[in-house]
Design a protein around this ligand. Structure first.
Ligand SMILES: *Cc1c(COP(=O)(O)O)cnc(C)c1O
Length: 392
């Protein structure tokens, strides 16, 4: 059976009523016949039937053993880090999501967990940096915002050789494109806020473990720390999942068209998109993402200034200026002054986040309209350059 069919039918019809849509069990507790005798649910932090459907569906989708739903992507990441002990080290991709950087560097360092950042686009760098203390290797592929691609299978082998776990943040690719567990990862995390939810209407996070043994540990942490996803938001993610394969294909097709257009535009300097043959590790992306490259495209301008980027991001009408990605509506953002504002300028630039870098989350509008929107925004740049010459 194909993955999309399997996914749609892994979301069960309600046994009690035949309801085709999953019921939202908006309850805090469950009646017990006698102490400890119940229908598998005792208290809704520990387990909730609506959340359970989501957790089982995402485990199947990622081809893992167990799934867990959290109140945000960061709460999901937090649960994974809690597998570690004081003295352990995390080896993480250098172009990591800013919130994960903040959590590792400013919270877990207080508890004796250290973190080292390496450029994982070359697996040899991981081999050089890994030590006996490394208990967790942390990958994102593609990364945000420069869409760096790392070889999951090669890095899984290096991590396992050292007795470390490999966790992949699969937010950007989504399981429709890439299933890291099939490539050797032990754990997958998601900001379900993005492609899994898919409609820019919630904040949610997911963890999937490759084994039941790891699943039991995450289950314990989820219940002990309590950062669970509520039943209504669980239901919204379930509804998002049902159309994931369809959306992922369309986001990818639209983004490739936009990236190809940008590549030949005279005002554009560099285009970052794993689907372009010029992109570093394009061949790895093609292999591990099943020939689809996702909906995020970044680019820099020939005039590499914050002012030029600001002119462009405020001149679009279909692309809305906002943080986040993965929704039906196209969004764009200016990392240097938005998502990456708190990163020191030097670090930001060495990570490839230039002053003029613009990140697009290509939505599901018609690609011709999206290209038209960007064309007119880039034209407003030309007008501005001309008028600044005129006043000079
Ligand atoms: C957004 C994001 C997160 C954080 O998820 P939240 O749902 O915002 O907490 C983590 N990783 C990546 C790659 C993201 O894009």
């Amino acid at each position: 059976m194909n993955n999309s069919t399997k996914l749609i039918h892994s979301i069960p019809v309600d046994k009690l009523t035949g309801s085709v849509s999953v019921p939202i069990y908006q309850t805090s507790t469950f009646v017990q016949e006698a102490p400890g005798v119940h229908k598998g649910f005792d208290y809704a932090r520990s387990n909730n039937p609506t959340r359970q459907v989501l957790e089982d569906a995402v485990a199947a989708l990622e081809q893992g053993a167990n799934g867990f739903a959290f109140a945000s992507g960061l709460a999901a990441i937090d649960a994974v880090v809690k597998l570690l002990e004081s003295g352990d080290e995390i080896l993480a991709v250098d172009d990591i999501y800013g919130g994960a950087f903040r959590l590792f560097t400013h919270i877990y360092s207080k508890f004796g967990i250290s973190v080292k950042y390496v450029d994982t686009t070359d697996a040899a760098n991981v081999l050089d940096a890994i030590t006996d203390k490394t208990k967790l290797v942390w990958l994102e592929t593609p990364t945000n915002p420069t869409l760096k691609i790392s070889d999951i299978a090669a890095i899984a082998a290096i991590a396992h050789n050292q007795g470390a776990l490999l966790c992949v943040d699969n937010t950007f690719a989504s399981p429709a494109l890439q299933q890291p567990i099939t490539l050797g990862a032990d754990i997958v995390v998601h900001s379900a806020t993005k492609y899994l939810g898919g409609h820019s209407d919630l904040i949610a996070g997911l963890v999937v473990t490759a084994t039941r043994e790891l699943g039991e540990k995450i289950k314990f942490i989820q219940n002990a720390s309590g950062g669970i996803l509520g039943p209504h938001d669980s239901w919204l993610v379930i509804r998002g999942l049902e159309t994931l394969h369809l959306r992922a294909k369309e986001h990818s097709a639209n983004a490739l068209k936009v990236a190809t257009f940008l590549e030949q535009h005279p005002a554009v300097d560099r285009v970052y998109y794993p689907g372009l043959e010029t992109h570093l590790n394009h061949d790895i992306a093609a292999r591990q993402q099943q020939g689809l490259f996702g909906g995020v495209v970044s680019f820099t301008l020939k005039v590499d200034t914050v002012a030029a980027a600001t002119t462009v991001v405020t001149a679009t009408s279909l692309f809305k200026l906002a943080e986040s990605l993965g929704g039906v509506k196209s969004l764009l953002c200016h990392p240097a002054t938005m998502t990456h504002k708190s990163i020191p300028e030097e670090n930001r630039k060495s990570a490839g986040v230039a002053d003029s870098l613009i990140r697009l989350s290509v939505g599901l509008e018609h690609p011709d309209d999206l290209i038209q929107d960007i064309t007119s925004a880039l034209n407003s740049l030309k007008v501005q350059v001309r008028s600044s010459f005129a006043t000079a």
